[in-house]
Design a protein around this ligand. Structure first.
Ligand code: FAD
Length: 474
């Protein structure tokens, strides 16, 4: 496969201490957080500079060695995991983690790809600015991974996803050439948008080494409410009221089912249901304003008043402090981890047009119940973005392995309904290995062909993250 002499040449580029071959030291780079994919790699490389990344890719191109970029290894579709037994080298960006510049006047921050998202948020906060990307994994995911998956998270409604938060990129191409596209222009209509090709490419076109990110004023007013609602349709009507009243001040509108709230209370320390009686569904509403603190309070009051008057809100609580706001969001962000102790969970990260959410949910629930009686549906997520994490927990007492063996069958059922509603089978997490074959089936041949042509133009040797997004074999 890959000769010891060639491995020595790669190790010499970063130094032995950053060329990991010991199986125990490698372990954390080779398995993803859900444990669904495990890969192997003859060597994990940890370059400490752009020049080292460039030297690695040049050697990889010359020798036809496959490279798998990795950030925080929190991705959900195994794009960051090397293939088994294929000689893929993992290229971890974790040492390339400097924040190069913070400019509160130009409202930009320049971060290297390995900077942890929470540290970027903190660097913005230190100059009284906001970097709004916020995810459950923010303590460990890294900017290069966020860009490469075009991450979404909890504030997409107001600020957009990672594509909307990035002005420029620095990228090392598979040949080792460095493209310095670290522009900070809001307006730049000069030909094809190369930046947008790398964002969301999941490491298949090159290695992002740094980015210019947008900063925003820190909101003066911030209100979070947790409302019990009778149905998904009621939640959607409440969303329409909130969007109409708040416009861009509506920062998040999430839904959670009763089952998910029960799971978090059972399995996540410190989570409690703030409402006195159970409700079928819950909406988490987040409003933030930059003009005056009182505006957010008034907006939230009007949302709840109109929701109660229209029979959409059965009960609600307003967070009275920053600690309470965090506690409510913690419940929402714990929905996924709280499912783990309940056994196997088959996941779907889907989006449909917002108005189609109730119909999609009703159809999917009926189809899943028919295919797998007893399956426990825990569908939650970013209702305002049309993005639902449609997760299915195994029936009580079922055998986990047998349940997970039905992953593709359940995906086919749910994704079929998503496509019938003109939706997407990957709203946030990307394609990676998990959805690669499905992508090829659901997209028009012309789209797959265009993607292949782009891949071939950037990476003619086929060394960048092969078999991710697109199959390396035709
Ligand atoms: P990795 O997992 O290391 O890599 C992801 C992909 O990017 C891989 O294909 C990898 O090859 C590629 N890549 C990484 N770095 C580079 C680089 N520098 N250059 C080129 N390619 C690169 N995602 C959301 O969108 N929204 C959420 O709300 C959300 N919540 C999450 C909550 C939890 C608890 C967890 C565990 C994950 C969540 N995720 C969410 C998924 C995940 O955190 C994001 O996809 C994140 O952006 C991945 O960042 P990472 O640094 O961990 O990337």
């Amino acid at each position: 496969m890959i000769s010891p002499a060639l491995l020595d040449r790669f190790a010499a580029l970063v130094g032995d201490a950053n060329a990991i071959t010991d199986p125990q030291d490698q372990a954390r780079y080779l398995i993803e957080s859900r444990g669904l994919y495990r890969g192997t790699s003859p060597m994990v490389l940890r370059p400490g500079s752009v020049a080292e990344v460039s030297a690695i890719l040049r050697l990889a191109s010359e020798t036809g060695t496959a490279i798998v970029p990795q950030g925080g290894n929190t991705g959900h579709v195994a794009g960051q995991i090397p293939r088994e037994g294929m000689g893929d080298l993992v290229l971890s960006l974790e040492r390339l983690n400097r924040i190069r510049e913070v400019d509160p006047v130009g409202n930009v921050l320049v971060a290297e790809a390995g900077a942890v998202l929470a540290e970027v948020q903190k660097a913005a906060e230190d100059v009284d600015r906001l970097f709004p990307l916020s995810l459950g994994s923010e303590g460990s995911c890294r900017i290069g991974g966020n860009l490469s998956t075009n991450a979404g998270g909890t504030a997409v409604l107001a600020y957009g996803n990672m594509r909307n938060l990035c002005l420029g990129l620095e990228v090392v191409l598979p040949t080792g050439e460095v493209w310095n596209g670290l522009r900070r222009l809001k307006k730049d209509n000069t030909g094809y948008d190369l930046r947008d090709l790398f964002i969301g490419a999941e490491g298949t076109l090159g290695v992002i080494t740094a980015a210019v990110l947008k900063l925003f004023p820190r909101p003066l007013g911030h209100e979070v409410a947790f409302a019990g609602v009778p149905s998904v349709a009621a939640a959607l009507d409440l969303y329409a009221i909130a969007a109409g009243l708040c416009g861009p001040a509506l920062t998040g509108f999430e839904i959670m089912p009763r089952l998910g709230v029960e799971f978090t209370q059972k399995h996540i320390a410190g989570v409690r249901d703030p409402l006195s009686s159970p409700h079928a569904w819950y909406a988490l509403i987040d409003v933030s304003t930059s003009d005056a603190a009182e505006t957010a309070g008034r907006m939230m009051e009007r949302i709840l008043e109109q929701g109660i008057a229209g029979g959409l809100v059965e009960d609600a609580v307003l967070a009275a402090s920053e600690a309470q706001r965090k506690a409510l969001w913690h419940m929402r962000e714990s929905m996924s981890p709280a499912q783990k102790p309940e056994g196997g969970s088959i996941k779907h990260d889907v989006s449909v047009p917002v108005a189609s959410i109730p119909a999609f949910m009703a159809e999917a629930d009926a189809a899943v119940a028919a295919a797998m009686p007893g399956a426990r549906i825990c569908a939650f997520g970013h209702l305002g973005d049309g993005n639902i994490h449609y997760n299915i927990s195994q029936p009580v007492g079922a055998e986990k392995e047998a349940f997970l063996d039905r992953w593709r069958e359940m995906n086919a059922i749910v994704h079929g309904i998503v496509i019938a509603h003109n939706g997407s089978i990957s709203a946030e997490h990307g394609i990676g290995q998990l959805k690669r074959d499905e992508l090829a089936e659901i997209r028009e041949p012309i789209e797959i062909d265009l993607m292949r042509r782009i891949k071939a133009a950037f990476d003619p040797a086929g060394i960048m993250n092969p078999d991710k997004v697109l199959s390396a074999r035709r």
